[in-house]
Design a protein around this ligand. Structure first.
Ligand SMILES: Nc1ncnc2c1ncn2[C@@H]1O[C@H](COP(=O)(O)OP(=O)(O)OP(=O)(O)O)[C@@H](O)[C@H]1O
Ligand SMILES: [Mg+2]
Length: 305
C-alpha cells in the first residue's frame, strides 16, 4: 500500500503567533486519486498546500511526497509535483506564452513545444499571445493550471481552482481535472469550500475545519455513512413540530431557526408528506441531506458569521 502513497502528512502543523492554522494533520493521497481537500474559509487549506509545496516550513510534523521526506530529501520529494496556491501572480502586460516561458526559465527552461502543449491542454491556445491583462478570471485560473502542469508533474496540487468562477467556468475546470486524472494519469489534489463541487469531481476527500482533520476517505462512502437528515419548513410551525414528533419520534427532531431537522430515512419522505398535507400543513420546503452535507453546512454557516 505504501508504494501507492503519493502524499502522506504526519502530525503536520503550522503555528502563527499562538494560533495553530493547521494542527495534527494526517493526510493520505494515493496514486490515481482525485483528492478533494474541503474546508470553510480559514480552515487551513492554503496553509497546508503551502507546506506541501515547500513554500513555508511546518512548525511540527512531516510531509512525505513519493515516500521522500520533504524536510530531508526536498529535491527528490518535489521532483514530480506541480501546484498553485490561491491566486497565481502573472505579469499582466505579457502574454500567457511569455509568462510560462519565464516560469519555465526559473526551473531550468521550458521548451516552446511544451508551453504550447499545456496552453492547448487548458484551452488557451487561441489567446496565448494576448496580454494576460485582457484575460477573464476563468482564463487566468486556467493559466495557473497550465503553469502547474509545465514540468509534466505526476502529482498536481490546485488550491481552489474554481473559486470565483461561474457555473460554466467551474464545469470547464472540473472537466479538465477529470481529463488530467483519467487520460493523463495524474494524481490531483484540489481544495475547495464547496462540498458539491468536491463530490462531483473527487474520488477521495478530507474535510478540515479550524486547522484540524474532521474526516477523510472515499467520497461516496463518506457521504452515505451516518444519518440522513431532512429539513422541514411549514406553517403552522407548532403543528408541524407536533406531528413530526409524534410520527417520527421527538428525539429525532431538532429546531434550527424556523426549520425542523429530522433524522429519518429518505424513503419515508413521501408517506410523511402525505400525512402533513392531510393535516392541513402548508409545506414550504422539504430538503433531504446526508449528514456530512448537514455537518458541512453547519460549519460553513458558523464560520461565516
Ligand atoms: N501568514 C500568516 N500569518 C498569520 N496567520 C495566518 C497566515 N496565513 C494564514 N493565517 C491564518 O491561518 C488560518 C488558515 O488560513 P488559510 O489561508 O490556510 O485558510 P483557507 O482554508 O485557505 O481559507 P480560504 O478558504 O479563505 O482560502 C486563518 O486563521 C488565517 O488567518
Ligand atoms: Mg485558501
Amino acid at each position: 500500500m505504501t508504494g501507492d502513497l503519493i502524499l502522506q502528512t504526519k502530525n503536520l502543523g503550522k503555528q502563527y503567533k499562538r494560533r495553530w492554522a493547521v494542527h495534527h494533520l494526517d493526510l493520505e493521497v494515493h496514486r490515481g486519486d482525485v483528492f478533494g481537500f474541503l474546508g470553510p474559509n480559514g480552515a487551513g487549506k492554503s496553509t497546508t498546500i503551502r507546506m506541501l509545496l515547500s513554500l513555508i516550513r511546518p512548525t511540527e510534523g512531516e510531509v512525505f511526497l513519493f515516500n521522500y521526506s520533504l524536510a530531508r530529501e526536498r529535491e527528490k520529494a518535489l521532483r514530480s509535483i506541480g501546484g498553485i496556491v490561491e491566486k497565481p501572480d502573472f505579469y499582466l502586460y505579457l502574454s500567457a506564452f511569455r509568462n510560462l516561458e519565464i516560469v519555465g526559465s526559473l526551473n531550468g527552461g521550458a521548451e516552446k513545444k511544451r508551453i504550447e502543449e499545456v496552453l492547448e491542454l487548458v484551452g488557451l491556445s487561441a489567446r496565448a499571445r494576448d496580454k494576460v491583462k485582457t484575460y477573464s478570471h476563468g482564463m487566468k485560473q486556467r493559466l495557473g493550471i497550465a503553469q502547474s502542469l509545465l514540468s509534466d508533474p505526476e502529482f498536481v496540487i490546485l488550491d481552489e481552482p474554481t473559486s470565483g468562477l461561474d457555473p460554466q467556468g467551474m464545469k470547464e475546470i472540473r472537466d479538465l481535472i477529470r481529463h488530467l486524472a483519467s487520460d493523463r494519469q495524474k494524481t490531483v489534489m484540489l481544495s475547495s469550500h464547496l462540498l458539491n463541487e468536491v463530490e462531483m469531481v473527487a474520488t477521495r476527500m478530507a474535510v478540515i475545519n479550524r486547522g484540524e482533520l474532521v474526516t477523510q476517505g472515499d467520497v461516496g462512502a463518506l457521504l452515505e455513512k451516518g444519518e440522513k437528515v431532512v429539513t422541514f419548513r411549514g406553517q403552522p410551525a407548532e403543528k408541524l413540530l407536533s406531528i413530526l414528533s409524534s410520527r417520527i419520534g421527538a428525539e429525532k427532531v431538532t429546531l434550527k431557526g424556523d426549520d425542523l431537522l429530522v433524522s429519518m430515512p429518505f424513503e419515508d419522505i413521501p408517506a410523511i408528506t402525505r400525512i402533513l398535507v392531510a393535516e392541513g400543513i402548508d409545506i414550504q420546503a422539504i430538503i433531504p441531506r446526508r449528514s456530512l452535507e448537514e455537518y458541512f453546512l453547519s460549519i460553513t454557516e458558523s464560520d461565516s458569521k
